[in-house]
Design a protein around this ligand. Structure first.
Ligand code: ADP
Ligand code: MG
Length: 199
């Protein structure tokens, strides 16, 4: 079973990898965006970790809804409301249980990803974070490691796609040949699950 501590470790691990990879995320956001994805998420996840330390929510749902709120309020870019919705909706689906199973997390995360698609209007193949999140959700029932691999492969597979949503879509065909920054950071988020589980 996964308790609030697991979810706190998930957010902390993600914050650390976002810190490590911030320059790379921003570099990916240069040719097909406005070169702020790394700094956007760094600001957001720094606020998440600070809020979790201060408020110390006692349930998995509480950790994720607080994290989502922080991302929405601190990240300026499109990714803030989208990641914020992902975590808030996932947290809401987990309810107020003190511990949840991996299956419950997989189910709740699917609700979160669905909410991101509703909010942003992106479908798989549009060259967005959805291209990492949907394969991850599909593999999450197997294991966290399988979800991590699926997300990483999904992120790499955005390279030949033409963007149909977000800032990169303004470039039309010129968006082809670049890996999507948001799909790349989504793979970091999913990798955080493996770290939190100590696998
Ligand atoms: P901004 O584009 O406002 O500068 P960021 O650079 O932080 O925001 O995030 C860009 C990422 O957000 C993109 O790489 C893409 O993965 C994701 N994104 C943008 N628009 C959408 C959308 N409508 N649906 C899903 N993801 C999106
Ligand atoms: Mg940007």
């Amino acid at each position: 079973m996964l308790d609030a501590d697991f979810f706190r470790r998930w957010m902390t691990a993600t914050a650390a990898s976002v810190d490590r990879e911030a320059e790379r995320l921003t570099a990916l956001d240069s040719p097909i965006g406005d070169a702020d994805h790394g700094s956007n998420l760094q600001r957001g996840f720094t606020a998440v970790v600070a809020a979790l330390e201060k408020e110390a929510p006692g349930t998995p749902g509480g950790v994720l809804t607080l994290a989502g709120r922080q991302l929405i309020s601190t990240v300026g870019g499109a990714s803030g409301p989208l990641y914020g919705t992902l975590l808030r909706r996932t947290g809401k689906a987990l309810g107020d249980a003190g511990e949840v199973s991996a299956e419950q997390l997989a189910e709740a995360f699917r609700a979160g990803v669905d909410a991101v698609m509703t909010l942003g209007g992106a479908a798989p193949g549009d060259k967005t974070m959805i291209d990492a999140l949907v394969p991850a959700v599909d593999a999450l029932g197997d294991s966290f490691a399988a979800a991590r691999t699926a997300a990483e492969e999904g992120a790499v597979a955005t390279t030949p796609l033409q963007a149909r949503k977000g800032r990169a879509s303004y470039l039309g065909e010129r968006s082809i040949g670049h890996q999507d920054p948001g799909a790349t950071s989504s793979a970091l988020l999913i990798a955080g699950l493996v770290e939190a589980a100590g696998e």
